[in-house]
Structures are given as C-alpha cells and as structure tokens.
Design a protein around this ligand. Structure first.
Ligand code: AHM
Ligand code: MG
Length: 335
C-alpha cells in the first residue's frame, strides 16, 4: 500500500476538493509538528523532570501540571510566527493570545486544550491535545474574546493528538475524519485510516459513575437502563470504560463505537458540565459528526450551541448515533 504522509494528504485533499488552502495547510502542519514536540516531552517523563505540578493555577482555578505549561508554550511558539493566525486561545490562558506585531497576521483563529487529561500524566496513562480552527471575522485586526465566540458549526478544521502507545493525529476539515500515526523513526505522520466510521449501535458506555448522585434525571434513567443489561428494558448487556482522558475515551469510540458522557451535574450550579465548549466539546463534536456519529449537550447539537464566553462549560453526549439519540430524547421527555 502506498504510504501517504500528512503533507501529501493535505496537498491531495486541496487538489481534489479545494478544502485546504496553503495557509490552512501550514497551520495543520505546524500544529502537527507541535504535537510531535509535545509527544517527545511527555515520552521523557521523569528523565527530563517534566512530571508533577507546576504549582500554578489556570483561569479555571485548576492546578497546572508542568506538562500543561510546557505543551501550551510549545503550541504558542510553533504557531505565532508563521503568518497563518490572527490570534490563539487556550485552556491554560485567561484571554486571547495576540500575535506579535513582529509577525504577519493570518486569517485563522486557533483554539486548543494543550494537554487534555493531564491528571493521567503522572500515572503514565494516555493524554492528548485537542484543537479547533475558526475564521477570524473579516476586518478584525486585533481579535478579542468576542471574535472567538462562534458556533462550532463554523469550524474549518478540528483535530486531536493522542499520546498513547503510539502517537496519533485525528483530523477533519469537514470532509470525513482521518487518522494518522506518527512514524517515530522518520518523524512524520502517516495516514493509517481514511474516513473513520463510528458504528451506529454500541454496547459500551463511558461516564464517571462516581458523580451519579449529582446527575439530572434523564441521565440517571439512561445509565440505569444500561446497567440493567439483558434483563432490563434495553435487552442487552453493556460494558463500561472510563480513562478520564477525553481524547483516549473519544478515540476508543472513534475506533469501535460507544457513547461518551460528561453530563451537567449539581456539584457546582455555576458550571453546566465539566468540559469546555470552545476547545474540547466543539472540536470533538465536529470530528465525531464527520465520522457518522452524533454529539449533543442533551438538549441540542453541540455544534449549534451559541457560545457566551471563551471558557464556557457544556454537557457532552457523543459517539454512536443511536445511543446519543436515546439519551437526548430522555432529556426532551424531562427524565
Ligand atoms: P483537563 O482538560 O483539565 O484535563 O480536564 C478534562 C478531562 C477530560 O479529559 C476527561 O474526560 C475529564 O476531564 C475527566 O474528568 P473526571 O476527573 O471527572 O474523571
Ligand atoms: Mg481538557
């Protein structure tokens, strides 16, 4: 089989579908290069002294790991000088990151969660990077928070890297979702699955069960039916998996199906869910939909949610279409 590198894939996609102009290709290649650098930093672990806490807090009040800070810096430095971006935003920064006046400005906005699942770093379990690309509104030279607040349906590209036994890059530009594997010897990402498809049905679900007592009635109803298995109303047994790295849990679903849930819960009324809309839920929803899956916040399609703030949280139900439909219907029925 002919080996197709990420670069070849991007050039061929542009030739066939005119979906990836030169600037967007540069952006994707730069993000992919940054992900390689992050993979190398993670791979060194204790040898490079990168594990453990940075003893700082991000805007969401979460204690940052050293690798959260390192990964954020790698992405910023890689992306700021190429002339393809108007601004960046990150889980680890309060507000938008302006591109220095020393560099030319481009037409895209890049948002990222530099190291998702970072509670897993110190125990050597998979983590990842999630990113989303939007157009900067026309005529805007100095993008502010409000210019990032576009619905997920306006994303031009989204992707994630998984730093696991292999390093993978999963990508969509709105024409299917494709998976690339890092060839560590050569140092390039190679296409290993074109047009990933999520099975419509599944027997596997993914949720942090320890929060059950805080859930809303539709979620409790749905999960109790799954737990009842063969003898319950669903008439089949379900298996459960929870890595606590969204990238790893979503990647399993991209590979063999399943439903991932991080519902809204009553722990903190100020937080409608744990995951962030702009750089976690939106890119994952775009990737999942492009693979034939579904993604809702229980009430509406995630990609249709109108954002209010950069770090806004949202409930997430995504994966195999038929299961997402059931739990979304239970929300509409009120429990
Ligand atoms: P993070 O971006 O600070 O790592 O938080 C997001 C992570 C997700 O990757 C994962 O699905 C979830 O938080 C795990 O939450 P919990 O600790 O409740 O299991
Ligand atoms: Mg995250």
């Amino acid at each position: 089989m002919r080996r197709v590198t990420l670069t070849q894939f991007l050039i061929e996609t542009q030739r066939e579908h005119q979906l990836i102009q030169a600037d967007l290709r540069l952006l994707i290649e730069v993000v992919a290069r940054a992900c390689k650098a992050i993979a190398i930093a993670i791979g060194k672990g204790s040898l490079a002294g990168v594990l453990g806490s940075a003893d700082t807090e991000n805007v969401q009040g979460e204690v940052q790991k050293k690798l959260d800070v390192i990964s954020n810096e790698i992405l910023l430095e890689a992306n700021e000088w190429g002339g393809h971006l108007a601004a960046m935003a990150s889980e680890e920064m309060d507000g938008p990151y302006a591109i220095s006046h020393r560099y030319p400005k481009g037409e895209y906005l890049l948002l990222f969660d530099p190291l998702d699942g970072s509670s897993n770093i110190d125990v050597n379990v998979s983590v990842g990077t999630i990113f989303s690309v939007l157009h900067c509104p026309e005529g805007v030279d100095e993008p502010e928070e409000k210019h990032f607040l576009q619905a997920g349906s306006r994303q031009v590209c989204a992707g994630y890297a998984v730093y696991g036994p292999t390093t993978l890059l999963v990508l969509t530009v709105g024409h299917g979702t494709h998976c690339f594997t890092l060839d560590r010897e050569i140092g390039s990402f190679v296409l290993t699955e074109r047009n990933m498809r999520i099975p419509e049905d599944t027997r596997e679900f993914s949720i942090n069960m320890s929060n059950m007592r805080h859930w809303e009635p539709p979620v409790t109803r749905y999960v109790q039916e799954l737990l009842a298995g063969k003898s319950g109303s669903r008439g089949k047994d379900f298996n459960m998996r929870w890595v606590a790295s969204m990238v790893a849990d979503v990647h399993r679903i991209m590979t063999r199906g399943g439903i991932f849930m991080y519902p809204r819960d009553a722990r903190d009324p100020g937080k409608p869910g744990k995951l962030r809309l702009m750089y976690e839920a939106n890119p994952m929803a775009f990737i999942v939909e492009q693979a034939g899956g579904a993604a809702t916040d229980g009430r509406q399609r995630i990609l249709d949610v109108k954002p209010d703030t950069l770090h806004q949280r949202v409930a997430v139900f995504l994966g195999s279409r038929n299961e997402v439909d059931v739990v979304t219907r239970y929300h509409a029925e009120g429990g």
